[in-house]
Ligand binder design. Structure first.
Ligand code: RIB
Length: 310
C-alpha cells in the first residue's frame, strides 16, 4: 500500500533505507576519567565490538524495522569477513560492502565514569570508497525511501552517493560527523541535516535560527539530555528527550540518526520522527557499547508510551 493509513489485516511494508558509510572494529576501554598527556591509566573493562558510524546507523535502522542496504568498504582481512557475517545476522543487505586492499577501519574508544567518550579512528578500508565505485552501485539506491550518510568515508564518495540517491528519488539525510567544514561548501543535495550542538555552531544557519543551508528542508540539532531542535524555514521547534541516567553514550547519536531515517521513511512527521529517535537514543545510553546497546522497535515504542519522565 502506498500512502494513507494501514487497513485492518493489511501488512505494512517496511521501508528501504540505503546507508553509505563506515564500518569499524571498536576497541573500547572503560576508564574512571580520561587520561592526560603522558599518563597511563588502568581500564576497568576492555571490549572489542563492531562499530563505525555508518554501520551503527544501519543496525539502528534495521532493529527499528527498516530494510537496510549497507554501502561501504571493509578490509580484506578476518575482521572484514566477520563483519559481513554480523551484518547478515542483523538482516542487512551487504551486497554494497566492497572489499578494500587495506585493513578494516578501527576505532579506539575511552568511556569515562560519566558515560562520556573520546574516539580516535583509523579509517583503513573506509577511505577506499570512491565516487566511481558509487556510480557502479546505483541499483542499491533504487526504491530506497532514504539515503543516510555520514562523513567517515571520503567526502567525494559521500557527495557522489548523495547525487545518485537524489536521482533515484530518495530523501538524502546527512549526519556530518566527524565534522568537515568542506561538506557545507560542496553543494551536496541534502534534504535533512542531523547535527549535534558543536556541529550546529559551525553551520551557516545565519544569526537567526531558521535560515537554512541551501536546499535543506530541515536541520535537526541533537543536544544530549536537553531538548532537540527541529529547525525548518523560519521556525524552530523543540522536542524533549526522555530523562535517563546514561552509562555509555557511544553510538547514541548513530542510534538517533538511524531511527530518525527509518521514521521519516515510514512517513512520520519531523516531530514524531524525532520523538521516536530520541527514545531509541536514550535507550542506547543505558547499556555499554554502540551496536550492542541499540534497541529493537518494541523497546522504543514501550519507552515512548511511558512518556518523557521515566
Ligand atoms: O559514533 C560512534 C562510532 O564512531 C564508533 O562505533 C566508532 O567506530 C566511530 O566511528
Amino acid at each position: 500500500m502506498h500512502g494513507g493509513s494501514c487497513c485492518e489485516g493489511e501488512v505494512k511494508k517496511a521501508p528501504t533505507i540505503s546507508v553509505v558509510g563506515s564500518l569499524n572494529v571498536d576497541l573500547t576501554f572503560r576508564v574512571p576519567r580520561f587520561p592526560v598527556p603522558g599518563e597511563t591509566l588502568t581500564a576497568s573493562q576492555a571490549m572489542t565490538a563492531f562499530g563505525g558510524k555508518g554501520a551503527n546507523q544501519a543496525v539502528a535502522a534495521a532493529r527499528a524495522g527498516a530494510r537496510v542496504r549497507m554501502i561501504g568498504c571493509l578490509g580484506n582481512d578476518e575482521y572484514g569477513e566477520r563483519y559481513r557475517e554480523h551484518l547478515a545476522g542483523e538482516g542487512i543487505d551487504h551486497a554494497g560492502v566492497l572489499a578494500g586492499a587495506g585493513p578494516t577501519g578501527a576505532a579506539f574508544i575511552t568511556v569515562d565514569g560519566e558515560g562520556e567518550n573520546t574516539i580516535v579512528v583509523h579509517p583503513g578500508a573506509n577511505h577506499e570508497l570512491t565516487v566511481a565505485k558509487m556510480s557502479e552501485l546505483t541499483d542499491l539506491f533504487t526504491e530506497s525511501a532514504v539515503a543516510l550518510l555520514q562523513l567517515e568515508c571520503p567526502l567525494d564518495a559521500v557527495a557522489g552517493a548523495a547525487e545518485v540517491a537524489k536521482d533515484a528519488g530518495a530523501t538524502v539525510i546527512l549526519n556530518p560527523s566527524p565534522w568537515d567544514p568542506e561538506s557545507m561548501e560542496r553543494n551536496i543535495p541534502i534534504d535533512i541535516l542531523i547535527v549535534n550542538e558543536r556541529e550546529a555552531e559551525a553551520l551557516p544557519l545565519g544569526s537567526e535560527m531558521g535560515c537554512m543551508p541551501q536546499g535543506c528542508e530541515a536541520v535537526i540539532v541533537t543536544r544530549g539530555a536537553r531538548s532537540t531542535w527541529v529547525i525548518t524555514e523560519g521556525r524552530t521547534q523543540e522536542v524533549e528527550p526522555p530523562v535517563v541516567t546514561p552509562v555509555d553514550t557511544v553510538g547514541a547519536g548513530d542510534t538517533f540518526a538511524g531511527v530518525f531515517a527509518l521514521a521519516h521513511a515510514e512517513g512520520l512527521g519531523l516531530l514524531d520522527a524525532v520523538r521516536l529517535a530520541n527514545a531509541a537514543a536514550a535507550l542506547a545510553t543505558l547499556r555499554p557499547g554502540a551496536q550492542e546497546a541499540m534497541p529493537a522497535r518494541g523497546e522504543i515504542e514501550e519507552m515512548l508510551s511511558r512518556g518523557v519522565r521515566q
